[in-house]
Design a protein around this ligand. Structure first.
Ligand code: FAD
Ligand code: AMP
Length: 475
């Protein structure tokens, strides 16, 4: 007999597992199918984010930051440490332990919420049926549900003539798993993933070269921020080559030869490892039966409306496999909204207030519009900014590079965007997101008491500076 559910979710990344938990909380009989398998051969929930994305990359960013600080920054605090070394195996094992704790935590939440977990592949059939193929066998069963949520996530993009061998030419998964520090690490793509993972290995001792086809770094960030970031990365020793198109890569012995084209013509460069970080694409391979009725758009994303509904009644899609930024928190919020809509509640997502964070050093975070977007759209705005170098806390910490930049509507003073580069940017941005959600003005932030000494004072002062009345800088 066909097993029936109120909701079946395909994919247990931050989009799918969060949707499943919210659906179960709302009293819906929920199943979740996920094919990911951990190192122990068992199901590992949490998708890209927990297993090979957000979490392991942050674990390695933190480990490598500690190492870098001990070697380079402790002496200024009067702390002298000799014989500093890094044990890569221990660092990777710690990262794996963090991942296991979190993936295990999701499994416990599934149990606690009575979500039926299926380990294997799901495929959407017609008439709200799902074919399930268990991880351990080729036997197929058919499940049925009133509502199906597709949350299949994304996979790395490949480029022509650069083939992964997963030892020398690697993707994010490989770069999170290296067993030694490569003397020369090449990175194709200076996007978020390339910069974060490049930073990890650079801090640990690799000479890192990023090859980026575009003429500017982080083109979607506010240009004042991306320029500061470029200067900071250069100072750290990251060799970022813009306007440089990778044409092919080949492995000879232990060396990877990369052919590239830049303003000087064609040339070749050699590396010991090559990380390909040229972006990600929706993971829809094998997800949809020919007659499922679900449509993909030109970019290979599952076509959905603003409420994450496909054209088929009762079939929804969220996260990296649909339009919008490929970010874990965006996926989760869509998952929650869909579960609530299924349960008959009202739900909506404000794509305008999705925060973006890049966990390099300095960290970069923003929400809302960039200055270049406001110019393009002909919006009149005021700008306020404040450097961390003028904050007592930043100086006391010994980490005061960067700034907060705030953009507010010239007529209404409503905040339209906030851009931060500097210490704690990933946490500081939350205050700005909240303010923007409430359609707050720079005046609101300027009148809110911020504790002293904290980094958040830079936000307070940037808000004051919108009206040219910052206290600790010239206006
Ligand atoms: P995924 O997390 O990709 O999960 C999809 C799941 O579905 C996977 O487990 C997959 O195996 C499973 N699946 C797919 N098809 C099927 C099928 N047919 N049957 C069964 N199971 C299936 N985002 C941030 O917000 N912050 C960060 O710091 C950040 N860092 C990142 C670092 C790296 C190195 C990478 C690669 C990504 C990072 N991201 C980050 C992006 C983030 O990981 C994704 O946006 C997020 O994981 C998307 O969630 P999702 O649920 O849509 O899909
Ligand atoms: P993101 O989409 O943020 O992950 O960044 C991926 C980056 O890779 C983008 O900035 C692309 O311009 C860059 N890129 C894509 N293909 C190539 C290529 N063949 N050579 C160099 N850079 C590339």
């Amino acid at each position: 007999m066909t097993e029936k559910f109120d909701v079946i979710v395909i994919g247990a990344g931050p989009g799918g597992y969060v949707a499943a938990i919210r659906a179960a909380q709302l009293g819906l009989n929920t199943a979740c199918i996920d094919m990911n398998t951990g190192k122990d051969g068992k199901a590992a929930l949490g998708g890209t984010c927990l297993n090979v994305g957000c979490i392991p990359s942050k674990a390695l960013l933190d480990s490598s930051k500690h190492y870098h600080h001990v070697k380079n920054d402790f002496a200024t605090h009067g702390i002298n440490v000799t014989d500093v070394s890094i044990d890569i195996d221990t660092m990777i094992a710690r990262k794996d332990a963090v991942v296991s704790k979190l993936t295990g935590g999701v499994a416990q939440l599934f149990k606690a919420n009575k979500i039926k977990q299926y380990h294997g592949r799901g495929r959407l059939l017609a008439n709200r049926q799902v074919e399930f193929t268990a991880h351990t066998s080729s036997e197929k069963t058919v499940l049925e549900a009133e509502n199906i949520i597709l949350a299949a996530g994304s996979v790395p993009i490949t480029i022509p003539n650069v083939e992964y061998d997963n030892e020398y030419i690697i993707d994010n998964e490989g770069a999170l798993q290296l067993t030694e520090v490569p003397p020369r690490l090449g990175v194709i793509g200076a996007g978020v993933i390339g910069l974060e993972l490049g930073s990890v290995w650079q801090r640990l001792g690799s000479k890192v070269t990023l090859l980026e086809a575009l003429p500017s770094l982080l083109p979607t960030a506010d240009q004042d921020i991306s320029k500061q970031a470029g200067r900071a990365f250069k100072k750290q020793g990251l060799d970022i080559r813009l306007d440089t198109l990778v044409k092919s890569a080949s492995i000879t012995g232990d060396t990877i030869k990369v052919s590239l084209e830049d303003k000087n013509g064609e040339s070749e460069i050699s590396f010991d490892r090559l990380l390909v970080a040229v972006g990600r694409k929706p993971n829809t391979e094998g997800l949809l039966a020919d007659d499922s009725g679900v449509e993909l758009n030109k970019r290979g994303q599952i076509e959905v409306n603003h409420q994450s509904q496909t054209k088929l009644e009762g079939v929804w899609a969220v996260g990296d496999c649909v339009r919008g930024p490929m970010l874990a928190h965006k996926a989760s919020e869509e998952g929650i909204a869909v579960a609530e809509l299924i349960a008959g509640k009202a739900a909506h997502i404000h794509f305008d207030t999705v925060p973006w964070v890049i966990y390099t050093d300095p960290e970069i975070a923003w929400v809302g519009k960039t200055e270049q977007q406001l110019k393009e759209q002909g919006v009149s705005y005021h700008v306020g900014s404040f450097p961390f170098a003028a904050t007592g806390r930043g100086l006391a910490m010994g980490n005061a590079d960067g700034m907060v930049k705030m953009l507010a509507d010239a007529d209404t003073d409503e905040i339209l965007g906030v851009h931060i580069i500097g210490p704690g940017a990933s946490e500081l941005i939350a205050e700005c997101v909240v303010t923007m959600e409430f359609h707050g003005a720079s005046e609101d932030l300027a009148r809110i008491i911020h504790a002293h000494p904290t980094l958040s004072e830079a936000i307070h002062e940037a808000a004051l500076h919108v009206d040219k009345r910052a206290i600790h800088r010239g206006n």
